[in-house]
Write a protein of this length. Structure first.
Length: 148
């Protein structure tokens, strides 16, 4: 099994942080920031590192939301542990193996090509984007002030 982590990050508008994958698996599809846990690395450290590399945002890692398993090349299995996280600082900018990074509303999420199984997992953890009514989100993703 290949241990991986993901960061489920919402802003105070209810939007969800997503990246569009630039590499396989899932090239061109939208997902949450995340990736492999390096040898000797904790899940928390991996969530911080992967989120920073893929989005330019430093996060505070919260509780484990849940785990899923997905097929990997060569008859391997990705063992993915997804954690709640909150932005502490940074400017949203895609990097590493993310072609694009952005905050998405529930309506935007419904229009995106999402990696297999993510929507079901997020729904099961009550973690899909939820638009906060009565508040307009910033015009540009980078305009969103860090939480906290």
């Amino acid at each position: 099994m290949i241990r991986c982590v993901g960061a489920v990050v919402h802003d105070h508008y209810g939007r969800l942080l997503l990246i569009r994958r630039a590499t396989e698996p899932g090239r061109g599809l939208w997902s949450i920031p995340g990736g492999r846990v390096l040898p000797g690395e904790t899940d928390v450290d991996a969530v911080r590192r992967e989120t920073l590399e893929e989005t330019g945002l430093l996060v505070e890692v919260g509780p484990l939301l849940g785990s899923v398993q997905r097929d990997a090349p060569g008859a391997e299995v990705y063992d993915i542990h997804d954690y709640s996280a909150r932005v502490r600082s940074g400017i949203l900018l895609a990097g590493d193996d993310a072609a694009e990074a952005r905050w998405v509303t529930a309506a935007e999420y419904a229009q995106l090509a999402i990696v297999e199984g993510l929507t079901e997992a997020l729904r099961g953890w009550s973690a899909l984007p939820t638009d906060v009514t009565g508040r307009d989100p910033p015009a540009a993703a980078g305009d969103d002030p860090p939480a906290g």
